[in-house]
Structure formats: C-alpha cells, structure tokens
Ligand binder design. Structure first.
Ligand SMILES: Cc1cc2nc3c(=O)[nH]c(=O)nc-3n(C[C@H](O)[C@H](O)[C@H](O)COP(=O)(O)OP(=O)(O)OC[C@H]3O[C@@H](n4cnc5c(N)ncnc54)[C@H](O)[C@@H]3O)c2cc1C
Length: 171
C-alpha cells in the first residue's frame, strides 16, 4: 500500500476515531476522502487506485475497529455499487453511491421469481417503457433485505425477440 494511502487512512482514523464516531459519519467521511472504494474513480468514493490498495486500506480500517459498509448493505455494496459505477450516469453516481456506502439507503436484488430461480432465461418480469421511466410487470421472491431496502437492482426477463433467450445460471 502506498505510503500516501496509509497516511490518508491514518488521518481518517485520527480525525474520526471509530470508537467515538457514529458509523454513518465515519463512513460518510471515508467516502468523501476517496477511501470507500479506492479502486473506483474519484467521483465514486475512490482514488482511481488498485483493488490491492482497496484491500490493504480495508484491512487497516478493520484492524482499527472502523465500521464496514458492506455488513449492513451487502447487496448494495457488492452488486449495485459496481453496476452504478460501470453503467450509471454521472447523476446516478452522485445521487446513489454515497448513501449506499453509508448504509443510509439499503439495496436489494430482485432476480428470482416463483417460477424462475436458476433459469434466468425463463424470467417473466418485463420492463415496460413509460415516458422517461420504466415500469416493472411481474413478481419477485426470495428478496433478501427487501423489508429494509429503499432501492433494488432488478433483472427483467429478455424480450421474446432478443437472441440469447436460452441463458441459465448453470451455463
Ligand atoms: C438465503 C437465500 C437468499 C436469497 N436471496 C435472494 C435475493 O436477494 N434475490 C434473489 O433474486 N434471489 C434470492 N435467492 C434465491 C436464489 O437466487 C435461488 O434460490 C437460486 O437462484 C436457485 O433457484 P431456485 O431456488 O428456484 O432453484 P431451482 O432453480 O429450481 O433449482 C433447483 C435445483 O435444480 C438445480 N438446477 C436447476 N437448473 C439446473 C440446470 N440447468 N442444470 C443442472 N442443475 C440445475 C439447482 O442447482 C438446484 O439444485 C435467495 C435464496 C436463498 C436460499
């Protein structure tokens, strides 16, 4: 881990001692200083560094008793944040990443359906365009943290005409 990252982590720990700082405040500062996801770009709670830097910074923070973002918001942290960083607009990144990281906004994953678990190609939920928005028609089940979630990432089924209609979680 570069000396600079070590310094930044130690500065955060000194400025906001985890033992006496509310988790939301600590995680908010961690995000604002680019120490949320060091390997993400600067406008996404990162510093544009490597996953290795992220791992080392996270171990240093955990060793100091710092709150860990993914514990309260595992699907948001592990699935939705990378999706927003890879496919989101600047507006999406600005609006969703910080409250996701501080766990103020919990996310869930809306994939499984009563008739579709492993067989993703048989998903029957459809996304229907409605002006600037999309409406989802369908039913989802097994949604971990749904009762606490403000947002969800979903995977509406392929339209009948799309080529790869025979995909599965097993292929
Ligand atoms: C604790 C828990 C939390 C979950 N949280 C979420 C969540 O947050 N969001 C969400 O969307 N879903 C969630 N799920 C649902 C999970 O994704 C599904 O259970 C999983 O995809 C399997 O689908 P299924 O249960 O319908 O089983 P099925 O797809 O019916 O599979 C039944 C069995 O058949 C086997 N099988 C199926 N297809 C094939 C194949 N082509 N070849 C060989 N074997 C096959 C499977 O391996 C399995 O052993 C959760 C499930 C659990 C248990």
């Amino acid at each position: 881990m570069s000396a600079n990252v070590e310094e930044l982590v130690d500065e955060l720990l000194a400025d906001l001692p985890p033992a006496t700082t509310p988790a939301k405040e600590f995680l908010g500062a961690q995000f604002d200083r680019g120490l949320a996801w060091l390997h993400y770009p600067k406008d996404c709670g990162g510093l544009g560094l490597t996953p290795k830097d992220q791992q080392l910074a996270q171990s240093r923070l955990a060793a100091a008793g710092a709150p860990i973002s993914g514990v309260k918001n595992p699907i948001g942290y592990g699935m939705c944040a990378p999706t927003i960083v890879s496919h989101g607009t600047d507006q999406h990144k600005k609006r969703y990443l910080r409250p996701l990281f501080t766990a103020e906004e919990i996310w869930c994953q809306l994939f499984s359906e009563p008739g579709s678990g492993s067989d993703v190609a048989s998903l029957s939920t459809r996304a229907v365009r409605d002006g600037d928005e999309w409406g989802l028609n369908g039913q989802k089940v097994w949604t971990t943290l749904a009762h606490l979630s403000k947002f969800g990432c979903s995977w509406p089924g392929p339209t009948p005409t799309s080529p790869n209609t025979r995909a599965s979680r097993h292929s």
